[in-house]
Design a protein around this ligand. Structure first.
Ligand code: FMN
Length: 437
């Protein structure tokens, strides 16, 4: 068997297209209903996806008039979803900036036990400026400080997850020994930001620790990913930047004592499928017609730390000068670079840019037939742009169902995707080794 694609389903609102919640094909369930997530997870599992993923933003960053979200908090949601699935991995977002390491280590160790080894942690430093306002600090912490803190954070949580040896629990009823105290140790961490004595109050999970997923693509984000990540989500609107990112990140690994296969890179990919190109195009237009310019402007403003774009004309070509310098953006810096790259290369009008971003917020969007979709995925996979994809269905669950029924069989026929699960943990689905304690 040759190298295999890794596929994750990113669950967002009723789909990744901004207007999906209004489209008649999207789920009729309330977005606060756990059955919504469970149904998607089960469909993804039936299609043999490696994992599902839930984002998290720690504040009401979206305009509630017309931008709903999958509101349920990821940790509790994944605990419930774990009970309704068996093989699919589950990746939840949690912030290093706004969560105490002891809480996070404990919750993810619990999730790893609850799911029997299927948990991944999307490590974020949190880009939304609302989070700063909600968590008692004076505004948002600067980009560089967040990453510096995150570095120490990783040392603490790793030490906590390793504070129980794999074989610490003996559970010997006859001999009267539950756990061997020699195999449970304090960590005595005293650092610049954290003081944590340990040990953790829960035995080591089936995967040792959750799979580390990371999605920051700035210089600081990439350096962090090279040191810690095992899977990386990344946003690109063209193959060229995806290839540059792929080779840059893989190229950083030897210097930190890691091999290229220790990290899988999963660019976002949002497929609008039709049995003909014209049918797919019509579906795309149907969705765009439901999108709202004001909502798009608000979202764009959020990406640039609250910058006001409302004074710009909607129908004149934009220039990079219309945007703040990404170096000054304290929010999601790498995404601002992707957006400015599109403006530089394509000179869209604001209306055209917002339509482009409505599809998947700066990730790659594809419109075409299943065969063309499989060709594109294979091309990126075989020419150094991806190890797999973060599939972002534009309408949920409909676009996932279509991808599962029409694209996955083509990938399987080409020997690029599994025909059954061979592992039971997320680490095994991703082809990653288990860390020693
Ligand atoms: C697919 C994807 C999902 C992300 N999910 C989240 C999220 O749930 N919460 C969050 O705060 N940031 C999220 N981010 C943002 C990044 O984790 C990162 O914090 C942000 O891009 C800023 O870091 P950077 O400037 O290094 O890119 C996501 C990014 C990508 C590409």
């Amino acid at each position: 068997m040759g190298r295999q694609l890794h596929l994750n389903v990113f669950i967002n609102s009723r789909g990744h297209h901004e207007a999906s919640w209004r489209h008649p094909d999207s789920s009729k369930l309330p977005l606060t209903d756990i059955d919504y997530t469970v149904d998607i997870a089960r469909k993804a599992e039936a299609a043999l996806f490696d994992s599902i993923f839930l984002a998290d933003v720690l504040g009401l960053w979206n305009d509630v008039r017309a931008t709903p979200f999958n509101w349920l908090e990821p940790i509790t949601t994944l605990a419930a979803t774990a009970m309704a699935t068996k093989r699919i991995g589950m990746i939840g977002t949690c912030s290093t900036t706004y969560t105490e390491p002891y809480n996070l280590a404990r919750q993810f160790a619990s999730l790893d036990h609850i799911s029997r080894g299927r948990i991944g942690w999307n490590i974020v430093t949190t880009w939304s400026h609302q989070a700063g306002a909600n968590y008692g600090s004076a505004g948002q912490m600067p980009h560089a400080d967040r990453y510096e803190r995150a570095e120490e954070y990783m040392a603490v949580v790793n030490a906590l997850w390793d504070s129980w040896a794999d074989d610490a629990v003996v559970d010997d009823r006859d001999g009267g020994l539950y756990a061997d105290p020699a195999k449970v140790h304090a960590i005595n961490h005293k650092g610049q930001f954290y003081q944590v004595e340990g040990p953790l109050n829960i035995p080591r999970g089936p995967q040792g620790r959750p799979v580390f997923v990371q999605a920051g693509s700035s210089e600081a984000g990439r350096a962090f990913a090279a040191r810690h990540a095992e899977a990386v989500f990344t946003a690109h609107m063209e193959k060229g930047t995806a290839k540059d990112f792929y080779s840059d990140l893989k190229g950083r690994l030897p210097a930190v004592g890691r091999k290229p296969e220790d990290v899988i890179i999963l660019p976002g990919f949002s497929p609008i499928l039709g049995s003909t190109e014209a049918e797919a195009q019509a579906y795309s237009e149907e969705l765009n017609a439901l999108a709202d310019i004001q909502i798009g402007l608000t979202r764009l403003s959020g990406r640039f730390g609250g910058h006001d774009f409302s004074t710009l004309p909607l129908d004149q070509p934009l220039s990079p000068d219309d945007f703040p310098d990404p170096e000054t953006v304290q929010a999601a810096r790498s995404r601002t670079e992707v957006i400015i790259g599109v403006v530089r290369n394509e000179r869209p009008t604001m209306r055209q840019l917002l339509a482009k971003l409505a599809g998947a917020r700066g990730h790659f969007t594809f419109t075409g037939t299943p065969e063309q979709c499989a060709d594109l995925l294979q091309d990126w996979f075989e020419t150094g742009a991806a190890d797999g994809f973060n599939i972002m269905p534009p309408v949920l669950p409909r676009s996932l169902e279509v991808f599962a029924a029409e694209v996955i069989p083509i990938l399987q026929k080409r020997g690029l995707f599994r025909t059954e699960y061979t592992g039971t943990t997320l680490r095994e689905n991703f082809g990653l080794s288990r860390p020693a304690a």
